[in-house]
Write a protein that binds this ligand. Structure first.
Ligand code: C2E
Ligand code: MG
Ligand code: MG
Ligand code: MG
Length: 280
């Protein structure tokens, strides 16, 4: 009963509840067991090329449906997994799941990729980097790792150290939630990411906010100057999608394009056709 109350409290009050949750030994044990037995589920959110309308791939989003407390948000349990030291096992498991699903997707040019969210701690651990590389089939891994800007900036040196090895195996790096953290441009340049992913907070109100438009335009310019592509998350309507396409943003994701869906639904979507507003 107390546990259920905690679980409900988390979903309501985010910050203080995470602290309470992460120190709950029973819930931690449940999470560890779910990770070890592969009982964590995941969804795919499609990612579209804003110019051509073609699907580029999808982002894997972890899901935990607790047998008693029901679905728990990743923003609540991912920090628990970090603190419990099981995030690495979770990340490797999800990379394997993502790549296994990718084998069912049609071969396209350029090849579709799967994006998996990882923590900077993962990339700072050479054994974990080895495990991720081992999970990849060949030179074209079709794998992109997303690491949040805030997380990267905790360990800029160690993350940057892992990148050449990942890159040598065709694995790409995206800086997630970009603009919401505190990167110095020196760090971003040193990292040389393959993609910058504009934080949703700049996209939500884009059409009404001149300052958000200025920031988004600047991030697009920065990404391209650094030789990276740029993606926007949180696109909820066609007008925002069009604005971003006109501004030169390469890729987009959001409820207005496609909601997170099951692996089967995504495979069906790929086989049915393209994302509209461009190549049919
Ligand atoms: P993120 O990587 O920035 O993922 C995007 C989040 O925004 C997802 O929530 C997605 O469902 C949601 N979203 C997508 N489009 C829209 C939209 O148009 N409007 C709105 N309001 N929301 C949208 P989700 O799945 O709850 O994930 C939240 C965060 O949890 C992720 O943010 C990521 O930081 C973390 N996370 C999710 N899956 C994993 C994972 O497998 N590993 C790790 N380490 N973290 C994960
Ligand atoms: Mg992400
Ligand atoms: Mg994001
Ligand atoms: Mg986010």
């Amino acid at each position: 009963l107390a546990l259920a109350a905690v679980a409900i409290a988390w979903r309501r009050r985010r910050r203080p509840a995470v602290v309470a949750a992460s120190s709950d030994p029973e819930l931690l044990a449940d999470l560890e067991a779910a990770i070890e037995s592969g009982r964590l589920d995941f969804a795919f959110q499609p990612k579209v090329d804003l110019r051509s309308g073609r699907w580029l791939g999808a982002e894997l989003l972890v899901r935990w449906n607790h047998p008693e407390h029901g679905p728990i948000a990743p923003e609540d349990f991912v920090p628990m997994a970090e603190q419990a030291g099981v995030i690495g096992a979770m990340s490797v498991h999800l990379v394997r799941c993502g790549l296994a699903q990718r084998r069912r997707w049609p071969a396209t040019e350029p090849p579709l990729h799967v994006s998996v969210n990882v923590s900077a701690n993962d990339l700072a651990d050479p054994r974990l980097v080895d495990a991720i590389i081992e999970a990849c089939p060949g030179a074209d891994a079709g794998l992109m790792l997303e690491v949040t800007e805030t997380d990267v900036m905790r360990e800029p040196g160690r993350v940057a150290d892992a990148l050449p090895r990942l890159r040598a195996h065709g694995i790409r790096i995206s800086v997630d939630d970009f603009g919401a953290g505190h990167s110095s441009l020196v760090n971003v340049r040193h990292l040389a990411p393959d993609e910058l992913k504009i934080d949703r907070s700049f996209v939500t109100n884009l059409l009404a906010s001149h300052s958000d438009q200025a920031i988004v335009t600047a991030i697009i310019g920065l990404a391209h100057e650094l030789g990276a592509t740029v993606a926007a998350e949180g696109i909820e309507d066609p007008a925002t999608r069009q604005w971003l396409a006109d501004a030169g943003c390469d890729a987009g994701q959001g409820f207005g394009i496609a909601r997170p869906m099951t692996a089967d639904e995504f495979a069906t979507l790929l086989n049915v056709g393209q994302a509209g507003s461009g190549a049919g």
